[in-house]
Design a protein around this ligand. Structure first.
Ligand SMILES: NC(=O)c1ccc[n+]([C@@H]2O[C@H](COP(=O)([O-])OP(=O)(O)OC[C@H]3O[C@@H](n4cnc5c(N)ncnc54)[C@H](O)[C@@H]3O)[C@@H](O)[C@H]2O)c1
Ligand SMILES: [Zn+2]
Length: 351
């Protein structure tokens, strides 16, 4: 079992990673919140048939009154309407300030259950039980919660969880594509801050020690979040590859999934930085080789001009300036404030 402590101004919490952890959620809620009597598990209709039962049994065995709310899986559910339904259900189950919300699922569940917990009675505790690799090492940590309203994640709050319990058994039922997508974010964490993690992945360590790899990966995210809780600066380093990734997603109407788009975005940036003489020779090839081995794409046939136009609509852009994450070598990235012309050049050189 792997353990990590995250200290934020809002609260400190543990991230626990291992196998067979879902059955411990009841006793953990009991010891973290001695005054808690009722728990609401929020999940989606793909995760519920697979993993809801052990969670409810665990809560029941710990003598906790349990309720659940299940919504249709997928990004299309990440709306104000679903959020309202969750809140209405919480109220009708008479959840109190001492109650706890449990988010069982991927990033969509975590973001919405977290926001519901942040809003209900002006904030009640919540626990993350991530069941996708993306949620395990990215969205479950950091306290960003949100729903979409026209634009993505436009309504949200910073609301840190009280515990993140990542049961790697649950990741075993993920479709191969979704798993590979999560690996793209793990590669990203290696590239921006942990060369040893990158090397472990090159040696295939995720196949033999997934909890250990997740711990290293989540440690990168946790370290950044602790230094920049409310996303005022440093947290932007996590966006490595993401400006182009978002453009790829938009140009393909989200047919290219997020992780695959991030893989392409990272390669575009690495190739462009190498062409400009900023990155060491071979940096892009090394990144490409690992992503390919993980079953991820490394290029796109979208026309660069179209990609650039889509990238310009990025919400992280302010006027003519944009924060780009540049790469010098694996494990060595930095945030660079540049004009949009630089982005056009990157896309031309890197695609
Ligand atoms: N809060 C943050 O900091 C943050 C960071 C990154 C992404 N996000 C958000 O996360 C969301 C994407 O998260 P995601 O990729 O986990 O998507 P998701 O939650 O939609 O999960 C992907 C699919 O996998 C299914 N699934 C989940 N766990 C499963 C399991 N164990 N076995 C089988 N199927 C399973 C889900 O039902 C869904 O259909 C986006 O909405 C994004 O905005 C948030
Ligand atoms: Zn991402």
């Amino acid at each position: 079992m792997e353990n990590l402590r995250v200290e934020t101004r809002q609260r400190a919490y543990d991230i626990v990673i291992g196998n067979g952890l879902l059955s411990s959620v009841g006793t953990r809620v009991r010891s973290l919140f001695p005054g808690c009597t009722s728990v609401m598990v929020v999940t989606d209709d793909a995760v519920a048939p697979l993993w809801l039962c052990p969670v409810l049994t665990s809560l029941e065995n710990a003598g906790l009154e349990n309720h659940s709310y299940i919504f249709p899986n997928g990004e299309r559910s990440k709306t104000m309407a679903t959020l309202e339904q969750i809140l209405v259900h919480m109220e009708s189950c008479a959840l109190q300030r001492a109650s706890v919300v449990v988010a069982l699922g991927g990033g969509v569940v975590g973001d919405m259950a977290g926001l519901a917990a942040a809003l209900y009675m002006r904030g009640i505790p919540f626990i993350q039980l991530p069941t996708t690799l993306l949620a395990a090492q990215d969205s479950s940590v950091g306290g960003k919660t949100a729903v979409n309203l026209g634009a993505k994640n436009i309504v949200g709050a910073f609301w840190q969880p009280s515990l993140v319990l990542c049961d790697c058994d649950a990741l075993g039922t993920l479709p191969a594509r979704t798993f590979a997508d999560g690996m793209a974010e793990m590669v990203k964490h290696g590239v921006i801050a942990d060369t040893a993690l990158f090397e472990l992945l090159e040696r295939g360590a995720h196949k033999t020690d997934l909890p250990g790899c997740i711990r290293r990966s989540v440690a990168v995210k946790a370290a950044v979040v602790q230094q920049d809780e409310r996303e005022t600066g440093l947290r932007a380093i996590l966006n490595f590859g993401h400006t182009v990734a978002h453009a790829v997603e938009r140009c393909t109407d989200y047919a290219v999934t997020h992780g695959s788009a991030v893989a392409i975005g990272m390669c575009v940036m690495a190739r462009a930085c190498e062409a400009e003489g900023l990155a060491a020779n071979g940096t892009a090839a090394r990144l490409e080789a690992l992503l390919k081995a993980l079953g991820l794409p490394i290029a796109t046939d979208i026309d660069p001009a179209r990609l650039y136009a889509a990238a310009l609509t990025d919400k992280k852009r302010v006027g003519d300036g944009i924060n780009l994450v540049r790469i010098r070598a694996v494990g060595d990235c930095f945030i660079s404030r540049e004009g949009v012309a630089a982005l056009e050049k990157i896309i031309k050189e890197g695609v």
